[in-house]
Design a protein around this ligand. Structure first.
Ligand code: CUO
Length: 686
């Protein structure tokens, strides 16, 4: 049982501690409370108001501090939901802070941080509170466990400020004898995993209804994960691999293994691995209060397919709820995931979540070996495992089945009268026109917030990730009507399939990856639109993913405060485009200008303060989804009759440009400088 430290909200040398009311200390620390407080309060202290009444925490307290906590586990989800409800009910910021301080040493830490994070991004009075990066709070979920022993050694011997970043080798989970390892750089990318953790934080499927019930959340569950699969497939094609195969047969052994090399610091265990050819079993784990059979999954699947083909789902009273063109996908998203908004959980079950559970407990389905869940059991780690993509490709295919029941978009629907897109091109410094350049880059993460060691102070892990040269688009649009608002929709997709043959539109459409979407006021005549890749509404900047902005931030947080306000959901900018290949991976860049008057949504504007910089995959905080079209438009439906290829699909307000993504095997030193005085590793790479 590890001792826990008092609460620190600063990181590195920037120690800030709370002035904890004596009654709040847990019994174990009471006798040494003042000694601990003195030992750790190096700088500012924050006063904490003592609450007269502490709400009943018995339900969330029933999960011990050292137990694993999985959001995919319905029992854990309910506890977290209760905790969120209790924290949301506090009447003021002071009360919230006080209750959080009280909970901190009592509640399971992983559940506590999850619930508190959900609360911070949903309360109006915490909109300016910056959540620390989850990778800094729980670094063991995001990187090779071997780094931590080395970090402790470094911090014990070398003074803060002179410590050398600990380098994480590029290949640490496997080698190329496993073909799937070729794209481990994608699956294990810290930014991608952070995005996924944040997405599920913004869109919990359990908890108070006013938090869960967001505009089009079921549809966004479908779309964000559909895009993950499209991106993964682009990445696979870049690496001469075939598209991911759906996990359709749940009785056969699973070919892919995964050995995560992660520590579970909370449980003092290593994360379980999954050897090749593991088989699904019925799950019955009393300790986790979870049991279901493979047959249950099959029944839910069949009922969902029946509903799609019948065109309606049944509510608990037996009434038909139609799966309409506009709302059907949202209804299905909530049913398939399943969220508490599911029309009928009893009939349609929880297919996607229990797929995660079936896989994450595959090594110990009845808990006879007292093993925890594998990486598929946590949204912070699930995307590391190749099976995540096979499972989600399966889930995505159910949504595709529904979309196939809808008529293709007509020319009239797609066209924007009197608007013609003449051309689109890409330029990047030092790269031929219509070419994108990718390479490796290193970045640093401060581990000091997430590790217990003394003396304190920053110690960094240095990891290597994919990067590309920033680029700009030039789109030439001719507007023969009056001045109007257009929505510019940019996508990229592979030009050829695995065999090097051109693709049919019906297949290629599923591979188009959204790059950007923005409104533009079109003047009469010719418009030259210039847009930077860094402005993408799909991504968040590198500095936001890694929370490096605060290093040089003014202490009073006055200058450019808006820059620092974000919620952390968003595809990482460094993964905007796939890796491509040394020869130049051939892609098609697609641009469409749709009629802004039809795309507009009332009340979709953010208040200008927070969380709207990655709206395509994450929505806008406290506002409606900012695009009236179906998510994925215009690629979300089968083509209209007579359209076989992308070229046939185009209307005058669209165009396509061939582009290449060329990868160079070189590594660039970190963009963000670690604080002054930090030593660089002796092995310099350029
Ligand atoms: Cu994001 Cu399966 O939903 O992990």
């Amino acid at each position: 049982d590890r001792p826990t430290e008092p609460i620190f909200i600063g990181k590195g040398d920037d120690n800030v501690s709370f002035d904890i009311p004596p009654e709040y200390w847990i019994d174990r620390y009471k006798p040494i409370a003042s000694e601990i407080q003195n030992r750790f309060s190096g700088g500012k202290t924050v006063p904490i108001t003592k609450l007269k009444n502490i709400p009943d925490l018995s339900f969330p307290l029933s999960l011990s501090r050292n137990s694993p906590f999985s959001l995919f586990n319905p029992y854990h989800g309910k506890m977290a939901g209760k905790l969120i409800e209790i924290l949301m009910a506090t009447k003021s910021f002071d009360e919230l802070l006080s209750l959080a301080v009280y909970m901190r040493d009592r509640i399971n830490p992983y559940m506590f941080i999850y619930a508190l994070s959900v609360v911070v991004i949903h309360r109006p009075d915490t909109r300016n509170v910056e959540l620390p990066s989850h990778a800094e709070m729980f670094p063991s979920l995001y990187m090779d466990s071997s780094v931590f022993g080395r970090a402790r050694e470094e911090s014990a011997v070398v003074q803060s400020g002179s410590r050398t970043p600990i380098e994480i080798p590029h290949d640490y989970t496997a080698n190329n004898l496993d073909p799937e390892h070729k794209i481990s750089y994608f699956r294990e990318d810290i930014g991608i995993n952070l995005h996924h953790w944040h997405w599920h934080l913004v869109y919990p499927f359990e908890g108070p209804r006013n938090i869960v019930d967001k505009d089009r959340r079921g549809e966004l569950f479908y779309y964000m994960h559909q895009q993950v699969i499209a991106r993964y497939n682009m990445e696979r094609l870049s690496n001469d691999m075939n598209r991911v195969v759906r996990l359709t047969n749940w009785r056969d052994p699973i070919e892919e293994g995964y050995f995560p090399k992660l520590d579970n610091i909370l449980a003092n265990r290593v994360w379980p691995s999954r050897p090749v050819n593991s088989r699904f079993s019925n799950i019955n784990r009393e300790v986790d209060q979870i049991s279901f059979d493979i047959e249950d999954l099959e029944r839910w699947r069949d009922r969902i397919f029946n509903a799609i083909h019948a065109g309606f789902v049944l509510d608990p009273a037996g009434n038909q709820v139609r799966l309409t063109e506009n709302e059907g996908i949202d209804i299905l998203g909530n049913i398939i995931e399943a969220s508490i908004l599911s029309v009928n959980p009893f009939l349609y079950g929880s297919l996607h979540n229990n797929g995660h559970n079936a896989i994450s407990y595959i090594h110990d389905p009845d808990n006879r070996y007292l093993e925890n869940y594998g990486v598929m059991g946590d949204s912070a780690t699930a995307m590391r495992d190749p099976i995540f993509y096979r499972w989600h490709a399966y889930i995505d295919d159910i949504f595709t089945e529904f979309k196939s029941t809808l008529p293709g978009y007509t020319v009239q629907n797609l066209n924007f009268d009197n608007v013609k897109v003449q051309s689109v091109e890409i330029t990047a410094a030092g790269v031929p026109r219509n070419e994108l350049a990718t390479f490796w880059q290193q970045s640093d993460v401060d581990l000091s917030r997430g590790l217990d060691f003394l003396p304190r102070g920053s110690v960094f892990a240095r990891f290597t990730h994919l990067q590309h040269a920033p680029f700009s688009y030039k789109i030439v649009v001719e507007n023969n009507g009056n001045q109007r608002i257009g929505t510019i929709r940019l996508f990229i997709g592979p030009k050829f399939d695995e065999r090097g043959l051109g693709m049919l539109f019906r297949d290629q459409r599923k591979l188009f990856v959204e790059l950007d979407k923005f409104s533009y006021s079109l003047n009469r005549g010719k418009n030259e639109i210039i847009r930077q890749s860094l402005q993408s509404t799909v991504t968040i900047p590198h500095e936001v993913t890694y929370r490096n902005l605060d290093r040089n931030r003014p202490a009073d947080n006055t200058a450019g405060a808006e820059v620092f306000n974000f919620c952390g959901c968003g595809w990482p900018q460094n993964m905007l485009i796939p890796k491509g290949s040394a020869e130049g991976f051939q892609c098609q860049l697609f641009v469409m200008v749709s009629n802004g008057a039809n795309d507009r949504v009332e009340n979709s504007q953010s208040d200008g303060q927070t969380c709207d910089n990655a709206s395509s995959y994450c929505g806008v905080r406290n506002a409606r989804y900012p695009d009236a079209r179906a998510m994925g438009y215009p690629f979300d439906r089968i083509p209209r009759d007579g359209v076989a290829t992308l070229a046939n699909f185009l209307t005058p307000n669209m165009t396509v440009q061939d582009v290449r993504i060329r990868f160079t095997n070189r590594t660039v030193a970190p963009l963000q400088k670690t604080p002054a005085g930090t030593k660089q590793p002796s092995k310099q790479t350029t």
